[in-house]
Write a protein that binds this ligand. Structure first.
Ligand code: TYC
Length: 101
């Protein structure tokens, strides 16, 4: 018998940790037209007319609505893109981001 220890010395583990996710949140306001909110949701978040309308109405009635979750970079760039569209059209519409619990 050889003296060489052939037992595995360590267990290799595959890294499965997912990056933290961030929510994009649509905030209600009293001035932005409903139709414009729907246009932005369709353009930036690739939602259908029906999905966009439902999200817009939830924000309108409850004050805010989670639009979707993404990695931090994607969430922040989508929120910026949507806020830029609103500012460009002269509306106070606002999207924010926050980490998912
Ligand atoms: N409350 C707006 C209105 O009555 C419509 C609106 C809905 C604005 C949702 C923002 O996130 C929003 N014209």
């Amino acid at each position: 018998m050889s003296d060489i220890d052939t037992k595995p010395q360590a267990v290799e583990r595959t890294k499965t940790k997912q990056p933290p996710l961030y929510k994009v949140i649509l905030l209600n306001d009293d001035y932005t037209p409903r139709e414009f909110v729907v246009v932005v949701l369709k353009a930036v978040f690739r939602m259908t007319e029906e999905q966009s309308y439902a999200v817009m109405m939830t924000a309108h009635q409850r004050g805010a609505c989670v639009v979707a979750t993404y990695t931090r970079d994607v969430a922040e760039s989508k929120a910026s893109e949507a806020n830029d569209m609103a500012r460009g059209a002269g509306h106070p519409l606002e999207f924010s981001t926050e980490p998912e619990e």
